[in-house]
Design a protein around this ligand. Structure first.
Ligand code: NDP
Length: 258
């Protein structure tokens, strides 16, 4: 039986998930563990990570919690060393930690612009800097590795007052396209996942009342995606035969127009 056909198709693989203490990252960590991967879960809230690891282990999986702030490059390099020591070279990175802080540009919320750039771009790059060497090494040994970056439909679509967030996600999508060309020949597949609205803590951080009202109204009329829906897409990407690289996956709630 091939790895793809077995009940645990990710057995023998080592996954790292950033932003694993809630939402998409948390659901993806559980799903990847259920598919057989050993999973390192990264975020700042240690208690949440501990609960997640306990849940994964209760379900027969294997996980390692690492409290880490992705905006700190040195912390991320230390996290990568720990993963390699304790689990072996990572061969899957779900680069997912992110924040969405919409506001009209004329409000000049430079603090929120910076927060989104620091986390969604610099944090993403810190994880890439820390883990790409392991992905390349693991792909050399095992024949495949995955770099999956969480982007958004905001990378393509126009949402008034979401300019900075959308621009950070356009960065993620465009970067992923370039890295796929660079890393594909080394057997590292690169994918960008671009979800529409997913019900997570992302919406709880929104301070802008106009955006909050827009989100509340959409929740009344659209059945939002769940984090588990997106987790399944991550699992699908990772369990495809090594020759198949889903480059960009747009995942929409059925009722969401744009
Ligand atoms: P959540 O707010 O539920 O999750 C965000 C995660 O990022 C948390 O685990 C949080 O953990 C972590 N995080 C935040 N800051 C840091 C930091 N400095 N260092 C390490 N981890 C950090 O939101 P989602 O699950 O929705 O978001 C995940 C990704 O999905 C984001 O990139 C988002 O842009 C993207 N996305 C979400 C959509 C949605 O509608 N929900 C739609 C499209 C894309 P902690 O606070 O413990 O550090």
């Amino acid at each position: 039986m091939t790895a793809q056909m077995s009940a645990k198709p990710l057995e023998g693989r080592v996954a790292v998930v950033t932003g694993a203490s809630s939402g998409i990252g948390e659901a993806a960590a559980e799903h990847l563990a259920w598919l057989g991967a050993k999973v390192a879960v990264l975020a700042r809230r240690e208690g949440r990570l501990r609960d997640l690891v306990a849940r994964i282990e209760k379900n027969g999986g294997s996980a390692l919690e690492i409290a880490a702030d992705v905006t700190d490059a040195a912390v991320m390099r230390a996290a990568a060393d720990r993963v390699e020591e304790q689990l072996g070279s990572a061969d899957l990175l779900l680069n997912n930690a992110g924040v969405m802080l919409p506001a009209p540009i004329e409000e000049l919320r430079a603090d929120q612009w910076q927060h989104q750039i620091d986390l969604n771009i610099t944090g993403l790059m810190n994880a890439i800097g820390a883990f790409v060497p392991q992905l390349v090494r693991a792909a050399g040994m095992r024949g495949v590795a995955d770099l999956v970056n969480t982007s958004s439909i905001a990378a393509h679509n126009i949402f008034p007052n979401f300019a900075v967030y959308s621009a950070t996600k356009a960065y993620v999508t465009q970067l992923s396209r370039h890295l796929r060309v660079e890393l594909g020949p080394k057997n590292v597949r690169v994918a960008a996942i671009e979800p529409g609205i997913v019900g997570t803590e992302l919406q709880d951080h929104v301070t802008d009342t106009g955006a909050q009202e827009w989100l509340n109204a959409s929740q009344q009329t659209i059945e939002w995606l769940t984090p588990q829906d997106v987790a399944q897409v991550v699992g699908f990407i990772a369990t495809l035969p090594p020759r198949v690289n889903l480059q960009e996956v747009i995942v929409m709630p059925t009722g969401q127009g744009s």
